[in-house]
Design a protein around this ligand. Sequence first.
Ligand code: N01
Length: 544
Amino acid sequence: MNASGATPPVGSSPAYDAIVIGAGFGGLYALYHLRDEMGLSVRGFDGASDVGGTWWYNRYPGARVDAPSSPFYAYTFSQELVDEWVWPETQSTQADVLAYVEHVADKFDLRKDIQFDTFVTDARYDDDNQHWTIETDGGERATARFLICAIGALFVANMPDYTGIDDFAGDIYHTGRWPHEPVSFEGKRVGVIGTGSSGVQAIPQIAKTADHVTVLQRTPQYALPARNRPLPQEDLEQYREDWDDLRASMRYRGGWPFPTSKLQAADHTFEERQERYEEMWERGGMHLAINSFTGVYVDEELNEEIAEFVRGKIRDIVDDPETAQKLMPSYPFGTKRLILDNGYFETYNRDNVTLVDLRNDPIEAFTESSVRTVHGEHPIDVLVLATGFDAVSGSMLKLNPKGRGGVPLKEKWAERFDNHLGMTIAGYPNLFMIHGPGAPGVFFTMPLGAELQTAWIESCIRHLDEAGLGAMEATEDAEASWDAEINGIANRTLYPRTDSWYTGANIPGKPRQFLGHLMGSQYFNRLTEVAEAGFKDFVFEERR
Ligand code: N01
């Protein structure tokens, strides 16, 4: 059934101009923009019970924004919204971000066009009629000319398949699928697998009430002190006054309005550099990475010097030298997603926290009440999986849209996640991804990234309509050169040297491919150029 309750016969005109899958930051904006700014008929679907996307699902203890400053991890398009929303902290809690998204949904009356608790289970392109037909887990069907997949770069949970895990009798929680009811760790022995952003945020909070926490760490992390604090309201006032300029500068500064360091490390002595690192560490957040010296992600020597500075901090903070040693990362600094922590390393000084280094003491099996490693058995009542996601490509593959000729995306993407501009796929006309493989995604501010990508979708739709065209899709040649471009940019940096979800290495058997565009501002210039040049890498069909 569609929104009006009728099942459209196959071959009829599409019921909607656009279907938007996903009601997180990206999908909500696409719905708002296409409906309210362009006057299109739009239907949204989301498997969750309400808006929020990643912020609806990831409600584990300690979850909060790990970006430089909350007012900029937000929509930028409405001055009124900026003026009325009060961000209480520099790095807001999950609950505050979700409250903001709910406010946006209310303000722009978005929920009325979204069907919640509904997973889209199939999407097929109808070549004859130039439209998409989706089916839901409720057996409903809807059609639209355009299919917007805003289905989350970090959505498909990575569930490790350890021997005996099904025999474990206690509760198992994945951080990305956290229950909506409160979870109590009081008096419980908790095992945590995973020390990425989610684990590092959750572990200190869990340790506060648990009887014991056993952290099972595969790879140590460079975590930087978040230095979260109440946001001075005079700063917020100033942001509001300067919003137009700030917004414009975000577009050209990698998604944030803050300038990054232009200092050359070579112009400074070792002692001066150490002083600067110390200053940036004290300022907290991402400052050490973006404001110490230029070239941290390309200059191996500078990178290693900063890495060693952080290792020194870990040695200083963690009392037990053996535990500190286990926490030492050895890959280039920042090449896994940098983490902002709130007392993470300090947590290892608590009597109720034990660190198991899985590199030297791997997990053998789970029993009913423990996790057994090569060198020991760790009794646990609860298991927390902070094991991340089949990132970026995972949600598109789960949807597995069938393009021209019924070709499933799983077939097309068996070896590589070929696409053009991180948004379109050859053979899948009129389908647009938000934060797809090769888009800036987490390397830019995601809400602003979604706004800018949606603006480009608008230019595509206008181009089609003004020229009386029915469908557009990227060419395979364009996909090949886009792939080369993305990987070319990544290969000039230290990122690909490290196994991470950026490269697909976190999921066994996943093709290795750099999944993000590292130069967001350049990326959005590129989108503009493509539109201004009349979409030269695309093929078009007359409207039927
Ligand atoms: O996931 P991750 P995450 N056995 O993939 C380990 C965003 N985010 O949910 O490093 C043992 O980073 C894995 O080990 P390794 C942010 O962009 C934002 O923490 O692969 N361990 C790693 O330690 C972030 O980058 C916020 O060797 C296993 C961990 O699990 C992204 O989401 C907050 C394992 C997974 O780390 C993902 O973060 C949280 C196995 N079989 C997240 N499989 C904000 O605040 C995996 N691991 C906005």
